[in-house]
Design a protein around this ligand. Structure first.
Ligand SMILES: [Zn+2]
Length: 299
């Protein structure tokens, strides 16, 4: 189907396609040739830009998590110990940390590995999303770019939830709401662009309903029955976000399986305090999201 679309596009445009269409075609043909990468310079530029954007977001996420914990409402970042405002040139993601060797310029307090780790990981995740993007929008460039942008914005919220839950076993309500809103927008755009409103069949609706039942449905019941002993109040909202983005009962089922498998392995290895379920669900979600093409072929 995509091959037909590309051939039509190339013929109709007579070689005068805009840049986004050319890019989309380059990516699609890369996917179709089974990984034989056609890396042009534009791909590298996009990857670098996305890495920089991701690392800035990683820095923001780290900062935001600490501020929320301390109830800090100030506009600028401060050192945790001496309270000195951090200048813009000391706030450049990755680079500043390396230049200052992970210490505050004034008092020498260690900033910690979490900062640079979050910046590098977010940078890599942003690049990874571009290269591994599983769904192509039928209208070519614009639809794909908008879907991808909504997904990346949602990932910033997801990163805040991930770190906060890992550190303190709680999920901030504001960011939960933000992620659910992003996921709803993502699904609406997908229905409009990818499935096409006219092609939106009962099968798709049942599959979405199944995903909602398996993920938020199950976790909401567990949360109510156990009175927050097994599952926290925020976990079912994370599950709701995941279900809206995956919109498929089979993918939802695999996601629950991966999250629980991961939890069991970590429980066996770690054996310490109760595991937070949010981060496990988020990791399960990302694994399933990027493997969805392969997973869909299994049934
Ligand atoms: Zn300091």
């Amino acid at each position: 189907m995509y091959i037909d679309w590309i051939l039509n596009q190339v013929q109709n445009d007579g070689g005068k396609m805009d840049r986004s269409n050319q890019l989309w075609i380059a990516r699609t043909s890369r996917a179709m040739t089974g990984g034989a990468c056609i890396i042009d310079s534009m791909q590298i530029v996009i990857s670098v830009v996305l890495f920089i954007l991701g690392s800035i977001m990683g820095s923001f996420v780290c900062c935001q998590v600490w501020r929320m914990r301390k109830g800090d409402k100030s506009r600028w970042s401060h050192c945790n110990r001496c309270g000195k405002r951090i200048a813009w040139y000391d706030n450049v993601p990755v680079v500043s940390w390396l230049v200052l060797r992970g210490k505050c310029r004034k008092c020498g307090k260690k900033i910690g590995w979490a900062e640079i780790l979050s910046e590098v990981v977010m940078g890599l995740v942003f690049v990874g999303v571009w290269w591994l993007w599983p769904t192509a929008a039928n209208d070519g460039g614009a639809g794909m770019v908008v879907l991808l942008a909504v997904f990346l914005v949602m990932l910033v919220g997801v990163a805040v939830l991930f770190i906060y839950d890992m550190k303190w076993g709680e999920l901030p309500v504001g960011y939960l709401t933000f992620c659910v809103i992003c996921a709803t927008l993502y699904l609406s755009l997908r229905i409009w662009w990818v499935f096409g409103v006219s092609q939106f069949s009962w099968g798709t609706i049942w599959s979405l309903a199944g995903a909602l039942l398996i993920l938020p449905g199950l976790y909401f019941v567990l949360y109510r029955i156990s009175r927050e002993k097994w599952v926290g109040s925020g976990d079912w909202l994370v599950a709701l976000m995941v279900a809206l983005v995956l919109a498929d009962w089979w993918l939802a089922l695999v996601c629950v399986f991966v999250a629980n498998l991961l939890g069991s392995v970590m429980g066996l290895v770690g054996k310490k305090r109760k595991l937070a379920f949010g981060p496990l669900l988020i990791v399960g979600f990302l694994v399933v999201f990027f493997a969805q093409g392969w997973l869909a072929g299994l049934i």
